[in-house]
Every structure is written in C-alpha cells, then in structure tokens.
Design a protein around this ligand. Sequence first.
Ligand code: FAD
Length: 310
Amino acid sequence: MIVRGALLALAGGQKVKHVVTSAPGIGDIVTRFAAGESDDDALRATSDLQDEGFDVTLDYLGEDTLDRAQAGLTAGAYVRILHRLADAGLTPRTEVSVKLSAIGQALPGEGVALATDNAMAICAAADEAGSTVTLDMEDHTTTDLTLQTLAELRKEYPATGAVLQSYLHRTEGDCRDLAAAGSRIRLCKGAYREPESVAYQNRADIDRSYVRCMKILLGGGGYPMFATHDDRLITIGEALTRRYGRSRDSYEFQMLYGVRREEQRRLLAAGESVRVYVPYGTEWYGYLVRRMAERPANLSLGLRAILDHQ
Ligand SMILES: Cc1cc2nc3c(=O)[nH]c(=O)nc-3n(C[C@H](O)[C@H](O)[C@H](O)COP(=O)(O)OP(=O)(O)OC[C@H]3O[C@@H](n4cnc5c(N)ncnc54)[C@H](O)[C@@H]3O)c2cc1C
C-alpha cells in the first residue's frame, strides 16, 4: 500500500517524469504494456489480438490536458483511428476507451461542455465505423461529471459505456442506477489514490464491493464488462454469470494488454468473451506508473530494463 501510494503520487510529478521517460531501456517496459506509439502499431496489435479470438478496446494515451487545442488533437486521433479500424475491417470487435480529461474536461469553465462536444464527435465516428465508445473513469472528483457526460452521450449514442470503480463507497448505488437494459458498464477496482472519506482502503473491502456490484449488474438488464486480473473475482464472476442465467453474449471479461496473458487465453478457451484494453501513443507515462503501482514486480521489471542499459 505504501509503495502504491508513493508511485501514484509520482504519476503527477514532472521532474520524475522527465527522468523516467528519458531513461535508456524504458522502451522495453513500455512495449510490454502498450502497443506502441503510432496508429500502425495500434492496428497491428488489434489485428493480432482479433486473430487470436480477443475483442479489443483501444486507448489513445493522454490525460489531464488544460489546452483546448491539445484536447481537440486527442479527439481527432480517436476519429482517425476509428476510420482506419473500419477500413481494415476491425470493427465492430474493436471499440475505443476515452478519458474525458484528455479531451478537455479539466479546462476551467468550459471543460465539461468541451469534453462532451469532443466525446460526441468520437461517438459519431464510432457509430459510423460500426463501433462503440467507453468512457474511462478517473479520480473521484470527476465521477459525477463523467456520469453527466455519459447521460448526454447516451441520448444520441445509447451504446456508449462507462466505468465504475468498486473502491468507491458510492459505486453500488451507481451500479443500481446504470444496470438497466442497453447500458454497458465496465466494473473495475479503481486505479487512483483516493481518500478514506470516499473509498475503501482495504483490499478485502474493495473485493467484497466488487462482488456486490457484479451481482447488481448481472441482476439488471445491461451488459456488464468485468475488468479484473484477480483470480478469485474471475472465478466468482464465472459462477455468478451462470447463477444469473446469463448467456455468453450478454457480458464479457476485460484485461489489460500485457497483463496475465495466459489467463486471458484460458478464459477465451473456456468460451468466454474477453476484451483486451490496448493503450497506444506517446503519452504513456501516467499509464505506466499506474500499472507499476498495481504490482511491485512490474516496478522491478522497469528498473531492471533501465539498469540493463546503463
Ligand atoms: C480493461 C480494464 C480497464 C480499466 N479501466 C479503468 C478505468 O477506467 N479507471 C480505473 O480507475 N481503473 C481502470 N482499470 C484498472 C483497475 O481499476 C485496476 O487498477 C487494475 O485492473 C488492477 O486490479 P485487478 O482487478 O486486476 O486486481 P489486483 O488485486 O490489483 O490484481 C490481481 C492480480 O492480477 C495481477 N495484476 C494486476 N495488475 C497487474 C499489472 N499491472 N501487472 C501485472 N499483473 C497484474 C497480479 O497477479 C495480481 O495479483 C482498468 C482495468 C482493466 C483490466
């Protein structure tokens, strides 16, 4: 927990970011968790995964912009990749995941409206490409705004999905609100450093909340997407989907690119739908730090990659 907190605190530090991103050898660890920097890299990884039987969600890396032009460029990058995915015949099995902070949500005053406009443009491109969009969830200060934007987007594009985090006390209620027919909800534990006032701090509490949320989502008419690498939760998920009489096409499991690949293949071989979350792009720093915070072994992997190149 201490290592996790320290790493997540580093995610926002510019000095450390410079040291890490310019370290020799860091490329090796980045390519373990991201497809690469270009659209071509993303398309290649997507095509390979689909050949293996996986579905994909692509995340164009970038977060927290306070620059209107940058927000527009990120939205443009999503529109571009959606066109290319359609041209390559990779939709509908590939969709995109979008962080609202990367498309303007944090801009003072106009942020929510700007991010909603940009997200609407991405949803329109996804719709045209025969694909969908899921809004990633960021720290708790943005949860209400993100769900507000989701509601706006779903008026035009009802298949737009969102993420709920089981570490937040509020999430069971949000699951109840969003478990209705047509609603696509990704359930994850949560990747940010959150205060006790809003979030469970203890692993067992977060896991118990995850199971309660699974039951609520499976009991509703929506399409739950269980995003976890946790063996116990996956086993419980497999059992609950059967207990709730869910057909295999009415829910899916999701995991991150490069994490627990054998388990991804096992689930697929067992007949489950598995979607792999594939990040790509040049702004990989914040994403990488969150992956290291989740598993200290990834940190030693990163340090080893850097030291090997000294
Ligand atoms: C598809 C997907 C989308 C996500 N979207 C969001 C989002 O929008 N917002 C958000 O806050 N969080 C998101 N997350 C991250 C999530 O909240 C967790 O931080 C992350 O999934 C780790 O939790 P876990 O459920 O895998 O369980 P953990 O208890 O963290 O891990 C269980 C086991 O899985 C393995 N494992 C977990 N993480 C790693 C890793 N990084 N590297 C190697 N092994 C690992 C380890 O063996 C570990 O013991 C997403 C996760 C996934 C899979």
